[in-house]
Design a protein. Structure first.
Length: 527
């Protein structure tokens, strides 16, 4: 369908759209100047955005992502195509591999209770739950539609070491989708024997915004790609053609000015559906972040609009109408004194290099923290250290600060954390030399909510002529949402569907087909 006049319009500025733009140029052979990326915010990067607020206000990041080269084949394929900004002459993949060869992950303190490190190797599953996990591997997704994890396992499953280790890495709740749980179990089955140490985990040399997003933006701008920011896409017009649908117009709003873009016969439209960080808000050491879900951001509002009367476009209400089941509070702590990190080393028994995750299983908020190696931001001053964390149960009252986590300031969250770790005699000094920024996200785990298969639309619906859906709420069979890999793979599926290039989509690793992998996983279940 492509011809020399083809243009591409990408709605959303996250990693899915950026990946599409790269593949349009490399595999679709569309000129960079014929590609436009729209986003309603003032920056590109979506959920990967991170920043230094100021020298006095600390850093903010929306999460810390972990990777496995064997599992994240689409991500590493993209990395191999983008030159590094920080390591001249290397691709992002080469920079990533070099870093992880020098900084191997190994956690000796996954689980902490009452200030003491637990032996996290025994998984603590009873016989019934072990058998249920094995049976789950062979269940069809159709048979699991709308089912919660809690409907499948016994109550004791959710107090086992396995659950503590699994849910704190992947952010699952008992009420989340059994379909998604099963996908994660299958996708990471090769790493299952190391769930207590996470030694197969790899991470980027510094924060993902500066490592992934900025180099991709730089490369795309050099190809002539146009970024149209502070612009809200409000609607799409569709026309019917021989039982197919095509986008004919894009409605947008910028600074109160409405406009309509004509989409021609040979053009393409790529739409990122929904957003896990939509309507998020930032607090401070003395201010609580507020949940604002009254006016949905453009990604949710657009999906709701175009899905009306079009069931093949999915059901957004399944994901964005249950904030009580999808929200959490996260936080970034900036330490300007080494005291906290020095104290933490008694738990991890090593210097913080590539991974330092701690999960407080007796925390009413079910708090997890990840210590960042230095520097985690390229401009991070010497002597400054960072930590990111979140509470899976942020609507419960704290053990020491008698408030819900969602109602706490940064100082109160840090105070609760200090008490859990047994550092209370150092409370004043840590508070005086640290900045904790809370971050409220109403939709952060919404992609995990129980669903039917058809609630997420296909990347390229069967009746599509020129449009595709991207991101966490499109349906990529067998892959795991809430990962960069999922968004990048959705982009590759879209490009391959339209352009039929000779380059194949990197295959999803299937450890279930490897007898040794399967044997080791089944042996681990009994540990």
């Amino acid at each position: 369908m492509k011809n020399k006049n083809s243009r591409a319009y990408l709605i959303g500025g996250g990693i899915a759209s950026l990946s599409v733009a790269v593949q349009l140029i490399k595999d679709g052979h569309i000129n960079g100047e014929d590609i436009k990326i729209f986003d309603e915010s003032e920056f590109v990067g979506g959920s990967l955005y991170a920043k230094d607020l100021s020298s006095s206000e600390g850093y903010v990041m929306r999460g810390v992502r972990m990777f496995e080269e064997e599992t994240y084949t689409a991500t590493f394929d993209l990395m191999s195509q983008i030159p590094s900004l920080n390591s001249p002459g290397k691709t992002l993949r080469e920079e990533f591999v070099d870093f992880n060869e020098e900084n191997e992950s190994y956690s000796k303190s996954r689980l902490i209770r009452a200030g003491q490190v637990l032996d996290s190797r025994p998984l603590g599953l009873n016989l019934k739950d072990r058998f249920s996990m094995i049976k789950l591997l062979f269940r069809s997704e159709k048979s699991l539609e709308d089912k919660k994890i809690s409907q499948y396992f016994t109550d004791s499953f959710f107090t086992s070491n396995f659950w503590y280790e699994f849910c704190t890495v992947f952010a699952f709740q008992p009420w989340h989708s059994l379909i998604e749980f099963r996908r994660y179990f299958i996708r990471f089955i090769q790493s299952f024997p190391n769930i207590d140490t996470l030694e197969t985990i790899e991470i980027s040399p510094y924060n993902q915004y500066e490592f992934f997003i900025l180099p991709i933006i730089d490369w795309l701008k050099k190809q002539g790609v146009e970024f149209v920011l502070n612009t809200r896409i409000t609607d799409l017009d569709f026309i019917d053609y021989k039982n197919k649908k095509a986008v004919s117009h894009i409605h947008c709003s910028c600074g109160g000015v409405e406009d309509k873009i004509v989409v021609n016969k040979y053009d393409y439209v790529f739409i990122t559906l929904g957003s896990i960080t939509a309507n998020s808000s930032i607090g401070s050491m003395n201010q609580v972040p507020s949940i604002n879900s009254e006016k949905k951001d453009a990604s949710w509002a657009l999906w709701e609009k175009i899905a009306q009367g079009r069931p093949e476009f999915g059901v957004p209400s399944v994901f964005n109408s249950h904030i009580d089941k999808s929200k959490w509070t996260s936080f970034t702590i900036t330490f300007r004194d080494p005291l906290f990190f020095n104290l933490i080393e008694k738990y991890i028994n090593r210097k913080v290099t590539s991974f330092g995750g701690l999960n407080l299983v007796d925390s009413n908020w079910f708090t997890s923290i990840v210590l960042s190696y230095n520097p985690y931001f390229l401009n991070q001053p010497k002597g400054v250290s960072l930590c990111w964390g979140y509470g899976l149960s942020s609507e419960k009252e704290g053990n020491f600060v008698k408030k819900k986590m969602s109602e706490c300031t940064g100082e109160e969250i840090l105070t609760e954390l200090i008490h859990h770790l047994g550092f209370e005699k150092h409370l004043k000094k840590i508070l005086d030399t640290s900045i904790c920024i809370p971050y409220a996200s109403p939709y952060i785990t919404s992609q995990f909510l129980p669903r039917k298969i058809t609630d997420r639309p296909s990347v390229v619906p069967s009746n599509s002529l020129n449009f595709a859906f991207l991101g966490q709420y499109s349906e990529v069979p067998n892959d795991v949402t809430f990962t960069m890999e999922y968004s990048i793979r959705s982009a590759q599926v879209a490009i391959h569907s339209f352009f039929k290039s000779d380059k194949k989509i990197p295959p999803i690793y299937k450890g279930m087909l490897n007898i040794k992998v399967l044997y080791e996983a089944l042996k681990t279940i009994s540990r």
